[in-house]
Each structure stands twice: as C-alpha cells, then as structure tokens.
Design a protein around this ligand. Structure first.
Ligand SMILES: [Zn+2]
Length: 145
C-alpha cells in the first residue's frame, strides 16, 4: 500500500491509501475517491516538494573555491584600467628598478617624482616598513599577455 497526498478541485488536502499509482487512477476515475471535506470526486495527487536533504554532491568543494575567488566585476576592471592609464601618463615607468628608485626618492637621493613599476610582495612590504609610500595595483588579465 502507498499513501498519497491528494487535493480536491477546491484545494482541500487529504490522504488516501492505494495499492499502486494505477490503483489510485482507477479508483479516482470511478469516483471512489472522495474529498472528506466537500465530497468532491474530482481530485488529483498533490505535487510533492522536491527533497533537499541528502542531495549533497561531491563537487561542493569546487563551488566553495569559486565563491571564495569570484571574478573581478567588469566595473572594477574598468576602474583599475583607468587608474593604470592615469599613472602611466603622470609617472615614470622604472620597471624592475621600482623598489630601488622608490627608496632613492624616499631618502632624497633622487628627484621627487611619481614612478611606477614592478615589485614583489616581499619588496613592497620592505618598502612599506621603511616608510616608503607604495600603492599596490592589482594585475589585470590583459597585463599577463
Ligand atoms: Zn474538497
């Protein structure tokens, strides 16, 4: 026997026991299934809500990683691009000599000017510890080309 949740044409919920799904269909067609509240013989099986328990999939780990490192939103990329263009126009590109030049400017050994270039995280931290003002700018996908 299977217990079905049923609903009549007036949306009354009730339950009925049947031998099988076919058994319900046959009994319902013959008018043997009656709503206990209004006596309607027009009814159907209530739709079951999809189960959400026990559906954990093995790829949950991958989704977690994707959530931790989302893609940079387009407006952020655009903003960073603008900042980089502004820096490129107004500063001197010293490339890999950046930590060295930044230090020279900081200690007054070199002309004070805006410079930009490359520094490793370690170098940037060392500069910051010495009191040199360094603004890290994130790499954009196009920079890696
Ligand atoms: Zn009813």
């Amino acid at each position: 026997m299977i217990k079905y949740s049923l609903v009549c044409e007036k949306n009354h919920d009730f339950e009925g026991w049947f031998g099988s799904s076919d058994d319900y269909d046959k009994q319902s067609k013959r008018g043997f299934v009656e709503c206990p509240q209004c006596g309607s013989k027009k009814n159907s099986k209530a739709l079951m809500a999809p189960g959400v328990v026990g559906t954990k999939k093995s790829n949950d780990g991958n989704q977690a990683v994707a959530n931790i490192a989302p893609q940079m939103p387009e407006e952020v990329v655009t903003k960073i691009r603008e900042i980089k263009q502004h820096i490129a126009k107004n500063s001197e590109n010293v490339g890999d000599r950046f930590p060295e030049e930044a230090r020279k400017i900081h200690y007054g050994e070199s002309e004070v000017r805006g410079i930009y270039g490359k520094a490793s995280i370690k170098e940037a931290v060392e500069l910051a510890e010495e009191g040199v003002k360094v603004t890290p700018i994130p790499d954009l996908p196009e920079d890696k080309n």
